[in-house]
Design a protein around this ligand. Sequence first.
Ligand SMILES: Cc1ncc(COP(=O)(O)O)c(C=O)c1O
Length: 482
Amino acid sequence: MEMTTAPRKLHKNSKLYEQVAEHIARMIDTQTYRAGERIPSVREMSIQKRVSVSTVLQAYGLLESQGLIEAKPQSGYYVRARFSKSVPVPDISSPQCDPTKVNIHELTMMIMKDIFNPNLVPLGAATPNSSLLPADKLNRILASIARRKSVDSIKYDIPPGYMPLRIQIARKAVKAGASFGPDEIITTNGCIEAIDLCLRATCKAGDTVAIESPTYFGILQSMESMGLKALEIPTHPSEGINIDTLMFAIEQTPVKACLVISNYNNPLGSCIPDENKKRLVRLLEGLDIPLIEVDISGELHFADIRPTVCKAYDKKGLVLLCSSFSKTLCPGYRVGWVAAGRYQSKIEWLKFTFSLATATLPQMAVAEYLQSGGYELHMRKVRRAYAYNVSRMYEAVIRHFPEGTRVSRPDGGFVLWIQMPETVDSLILYKQALQAGITLSPGYLFSATKRYKNYIRLNASRWSDDINRGVIRLGEIVEKMV
Ligand SMILES: Cc1ncc(COP(=O)(O)O)c(C=O)c1O
């Protein structure tokens, strides 16, 4: 499958700044500059093209308005992630809207052992690129705290958790449009514990929870362990959950909670537009149904602006916002949190009951790291790298997978959701890929009803020759299966 881009034509009567813009646009089209890479500075370009600085500024302004490049403060102009319009995104899911018992644990546990195996090409687990994590700085801070505050750092830090960290989390939430104080946050062992606590606080065994389809298998496993039923709602590859269908389904089936990954859904990459977030919150408020919102990848946006969270529109304390530092800083520290609205005291009690406390030292280290001021710079680097890596993997999939393959076009995060021709069974593909030393996540994992037979999720957080070879090999295996 080829990615086609029509060659740009230089118009005879173009103004000088338009000619400069067209020159750069052509270099982007031919991939001389790729997504996430910096183009020459205004000064460099003015020297190269022998034009004034203001002409280059006008040209860059034009390219920005066309969505080809973006300015990063104090850093320069960068190529934005772009995806081929000629390759369709995966079909919008169409699960039957009936509540179902979840049963995916055997499949998940079988696959977990392989997808974390460091000797295989790592396209399976949705772990961040470890070379982009500030490991040295974080570990230095942690060691220094262990020395400086040796007694405090080994004490229990009972719920709601370490206050300086909760202050940092509350400050960060402003960027997502949400405003809550440190007293409205409980720290947890990763985002998964936050999700688990929210489900326990809002539901009991046998209840039904409305979820996006597809959704992250960790959510399905939490639901399975609690004996909850899943009501899977069709979800658009870019716009997220279909709110009309959700409302219709809720009219037919009593639902105790709704759970969405609002920004850059795992595996779909969808991001609920702000208007829909507002509408979703209002509609659920009207029915007094709590909304559990997962925003673990919200800060991994490729464009300049961070998407908002549903919590920003919460007037009744019915949105329980869950997140962690696992995708951005340190998955192994297991530091997550929930802003639980009107469920705050219930979740504090549940947290105390189930795990007593979140480990103290990692919370202290993350808090000090955030206070130290390097976080924004780190995130800018990470976002650029993921925009680049995701678009490289996207191009490779398009090039090497057979005709009929559809690929998601995420605006953030680092996973790709791939729909292959009907004849491909992702579990058979999984086994054959494993023999070739490659891991992936088969589509079955992302649904309570074992849908998505011919889908896979790939981790696109890394890009290298080895990864490229892995994708090429995967494409060959899929080709044979077709
Ligand atoms: C949507 C989503 N929620 C939760 C998790 C788990 O996060 P944590 O490692 O912070 O528990 C993940 C990890 O991939 C995820 O993608």
